[in-house]
Design a protein around this ligand. Structure first.
Ligand code: G4P
Length: 530
């Protein structure tokens, strides 16, 4: 039997600051498309339904989504994989790692707040990876900043040239519709009760737009059209028109104006993803050789999570398919150990509700159950061997020692700490001076400590005492300089499980003074979050 060709894929993540509207937009996207499976990408807030992925008690109490999940839906003959970036004020490494699993990002900006810190941090990771970024200015139904001001801010802060695909008709708070800059048409939206259903759209030819607005929305709206047309001409003169190659090369960022809450411009976003966002591309391996998407199966593990289901202490490894076709039950090779690995229990849906996946293609995210040997950054494959570059670990900024509170639980403590290190829940640092009983946990955001402490007591029955250390900056130290750095005042050198050494400094000033006094020392900054 010959299978029908798989639908083309678009694998994306939304990057934003908390409250910019990511959950609202995610729901709106799923509403417009045919959601095939629904996962925990949407977190429970207010009246909205609770997420299915809030698997920890702590998570429920806070109403946030700690675990990454993915949502897959079909739109215009394409399958869109929306990989969730856990979005709360505190960062964890998970948020960054998700960006290793996508082909492009949607940067969601609150029209009243402009670019905010978390968005900028996430953008830096996109920039490092060369990911194309599409910008959505959200909440245009509410008073906000001036549209041109927002574009200036984007250009200034992130260095991408904004190329608006649409221009709002009406200032923020008076959202009459948009001028589609490529067709010249007016696109008008109609409010529906609570934005609960797909907002009807009306397309009006450019020559009729002004009269249409005057007749249906009054003279102010007709004036707003004139202003939008002026802005359009200005942008054109400025060279701010969309260019596909520049977007794909991460030089420009196409911009849409939207209201996720009212479902305005959500269909345009979906159309843009289908028309412009990149499909999965050949993936470079550790040696820089490209593995074509139609080569033998291969996938990159970007997240490992355990204890999702209290009834079954399982461990899920999430992998993004880079090449070939995945078929459930197929035996794959784990590149790190060269061992065979059965995929009998692969799943597509994350969170509590899961369904088995029979077949998946490049760009899709699969969850592998009880994949005990798989770690973040690992490659699995069939046929021609391949190893993808490891996922960068990020510079920790928070440090705490962990000790077991009940000495009789020492064995469980040791096992738990090792497990959390492997999963990348926290980084674990050790030194001879501190000994095995008080390893140092290092994190990008302090919430990682809470997750670690909760898991140590719930899963391993080994409650821990955490004591913060006053360090805030970490630098990598080459092996032959460890002794020299360790001898410095106020600097501590610790080792990761992989043997690499990190020097910890109280703050940037101490680091700078060490660099000034010892220019011969190589203190290497770690990627993002540093
Ligand atoms: P997040 O996931 O990025 O944190 O944001 P979320 O979607 O939860 O949205 C944050 C708040 O912003 C919510 O209000 C939401 O209703 C509102 N919001 C999102 N998109 C829009 C929009 O396009 N226009 C307007 N006017 N508001 C928007 P809330 O009051 O905090 O929560 P809720 O009780 O409404 O759920």
């Amino acid at each position: 039997m010959v299978d029908a060709a798989p639908l083309p894929r678009r694998t994306i993540a939304i990057i934003s600051h908390p409250d910019a509207g990511k959950s609202t937009l995610t729901e709106a996207l799923a509403l417009h498309a045919d959601a095939i499976s629904e996962a925990g990408a949407v977190h429970g807030k207010g009246h909205r339904r609770a997420t299915v992925s809030d698997w920890m008690e702590m998570e429920k109490a806070r109403g946030i989504s700690i675990s990454s999940a993915a949502l897959q839906f079909e739109y215009r003959g394409h399958l869109i994989n929306l990989v969730d970036t856990p979005g709360h004020a505190d960062f964890s490494e998970d948020t960054y790692r998700v960006l290793s699993a996508v082909d492009s990002a949607v940067m969601l900006v609150d029209a009243a707040r402009g670019l905010e810190p978390q968005t900028l941090k996430l953008f830096q990771v996109c920039a490092q990876r060369g990911l194309p970024v599409l910008t959505v200015i959200n909440k245009w139904d509410r008073p906000g900043l001036d549209a041109l001001e927002l574009l200036d801010e984007i250009e200034r802060e992130i260095g991408l040239t904004p190329t608006p695909l649409t221009w709002p008709v009406g200032i923020a708070g008076v959202f009459e519709g948009v001028l589609d800059r490529r067709s010249g048409e007016l696109v008008r939206y109609t409010r529906t009760a609570g934005g609960a259903t797909r907002a009807p759209e009306e397309h009006v030819r450019p020559e009729d737009a002004r009269a249409h607005l005057r007749d249906h929305a009054g003279p102010m709206a007709a004036e707003a059209w004139d202003e939008a047309a002026e802005a359009d001409a200005l942008l054109r003169a400025d060279g701010a028109d969309h260019d596909l190659d520049s977007y794909l090369a991460a030089v420009t960022t196409p911009v849409l104006f939207a209201s996720a809450l009212l479902n305005f411009a959500v269909a345009q976003l979906l159309d843009t993803l289908v028309d412009l966002a990149p499909a999965p591309q050949p993936t470079p391996d550790v040696d820089g050789r490209l593995r074509a998407t139609d080569a033998d199966f291969s996938a990159l593990v970007f997240k490992v999570q355990s204890g999702m289901d209290a009834a079954h202490r399982d461990r899920l490894a999430y992998a993004r398919i880079c090449s070939g076709t995945f078929e459930r039950g197929m035996s794959v090779t784990h590149a790190a150990t060269k061992r065979a690995f059965s995929t009998k229990y692969a799943q597509v849906v994350f969170g509590r509700e899961r369904t088995s996946v029979e077949r998946a293609y490049p760009g899709d995210i699969i969850g592998l159950v009880n994949a005990r040997s798989l770690r973040v950054g690992d490659t699995i494959y069939t046929g021609q061997p391949v190893s993808y570059p490891p996922i960068a670990t990020f510079a920790p900024e928070h440090f705490a020692t962990a000790t077991v509170t009940d000495a009789s639980r020492w064995k469980q403590f040791r096992r738990g700490i090792e497990q959390l290190d492997q999963e990348g829940v926290v980084q674990v640092l050790r030194s001879e001076a501190r000994g095995d009983h008080a390893p140092v946990l290092a994190a990008v955001g302090p919430m990682q400590f809470e997750v670690a402490a909760a898991r140590m007591s719930d899963e391993y029955g080994a409650p821990v005492r955490l004591e913060s250390l006053a360090y805030t900056v970490a630098r990598r130290v080459p092996a032959d300089q460890v002794d020299a750095v360790a001898g410095l005042r106020d600097v501590e050198v610790l080792h990761r499980a992989d043997g690499s050494a990190l020097a910890l400094f109280m703050d940037r000033w101490r680091l700078q003074s060490v660099q000034r006094q010892h220019p011969e020392l190589i203190l290497e900054a770690l990627p993002a979050g540093a």
